[in-house]
Design a protein around this ligand. Structure first.
Ligand code: HEC
Ligand code: HEC
Length: 240
């Protein structure tokens, strides 16, 4: 049973990756290569340590990531955004790590991780295979993502291309401004004005697909369709 399920899931992931990949069809092997991952790790090792002697450094050490809550190292000063997402229940898995590493800022808007992101899905799969070997029980962690979720933050370009209607966005925005203050003054609630529209749309879709853990925002984003999200992005982008 288990083997059969794994095959079906791997097939879906490869198909989704092929659809998402721009240019000539190029499906990422959903099971990454640990050795190639070790080479890519050099991009991370400027800031992170991993392995027996690893300690928190510029970034937190990355032992035992899989299945662990985000921003959970005592004594490491995380950004407010990542700390909030950890408190909301964000757990590091293939999906959430894949999304964070692809585009750290789209995933956690104020993350202190100054890394531009790793675009190539195959490289991310390799890197995740490498990181997985430093978790306590790699044999219990599946060798590939359980569900393919390549569209956030690498969202369907058509959704990002939707021209938002700012007037419609203004009409929809009253629901948002009960919590989000234009000056960011509401306690613990981030400001959402003057964002680049793309980043706003990506953040909303990350809630909609439950990659971002906040339950209220998941519910709110879940009720909005693509046009409504684009309209809100257009409106809040221009709001002083
Ligand atoms: C320029 C330094 C830098 C580089 C390069 C970098 N990181 Fe980070 N990383 C950080 C910092 C700083 C944080 C803490 C982020 C925060 O608090 O928002 C972090 C956080 C993380 C976390 C969250 C850990 C936790 O405890 O929740 C993961 C996972 C991570 N990085 C993975 C990677 C991987 C994989 C790479 C290589 C592709 C990488 N990082 C490259 C600086 C870096
Ligand atoms: C009940 C209060 C509440 C309402 C209503 C609300 N939000 Fe939020 N929103 C929050 C909180 C709290 C967060 C931080 C969640 C987190 O940590 O991920 C947030 C986060 C966000 C973010 C990401 C901010 C960041 O810095 O990453 C965006 C974008 C956003 N909301 C847009 C909206 C829009 C658009 C609406 C209206 C359709 C809305 N919100 C309605 C409470 C609310």
């Amino acid at each position: 049973m288990r083997g059969k399920r794994r095959v079906a899931i791997a097939g879906a992931a490869a198909l989704a990756a092929a659809i998402a990949a721009p240019g000539p069809a190029r499906a990422a092997d959903p099971v990454g290569d640990v050795d190639r991952g070790a080479e890519i790790w050099q991009e991370c090792s400027a800031c992170h340590q991993i392995g027996a002697e690893a300690t928190d450094w510029v970034g937190p050490h990355l032992n035992g990531l899989f299945g662990r809550r985000a921003a959970a190292h005592d004594g490491y000063a995380y950004s407010d955004g990542l700390a909030r997402m950890g408190a909301d229940g964000l757990v590091w898995s293939f999906e959430t790590l894949d999304a964070y590493i692809e585009n750290p800022l789209a995933f956690a808007s104020d993350t202190r991780m100054a890394y531009p992101g790793l675009e190539d899905p195959q490289k991310r799969a390799d890197l995740l295979a490498f990181l997985r070997t430093y978790s306590a029980s790699p044999q219990d962690i599946p060798e590939a993502p359980r569900t393919a979720n390549p569209t956030v933050p690498g969202l369907d370009p058509e959704i990002l291309a939707i021209e938002g209607d700012a007037e419609y966005g203004a009409y929809l925005s009253s629901e948002c401004t009960t919590c989000h203050q234009a000056d960011g003054s509401a306690q613990g609630i981030p400001s959402i004005t003057q964002w680049p529209e793309d980043a706003f749309v990506i953040a909303m879709h990350a809630y909609k697909r439950k990659l971002r853990p906040h339950p209220v925002m998941q519910m709110i984003a879940g009720r909005l369709n693509d046009e409504e999200i684009a309209a809100l992005a257009a409106y809040f982008a221009t709001l002083e």
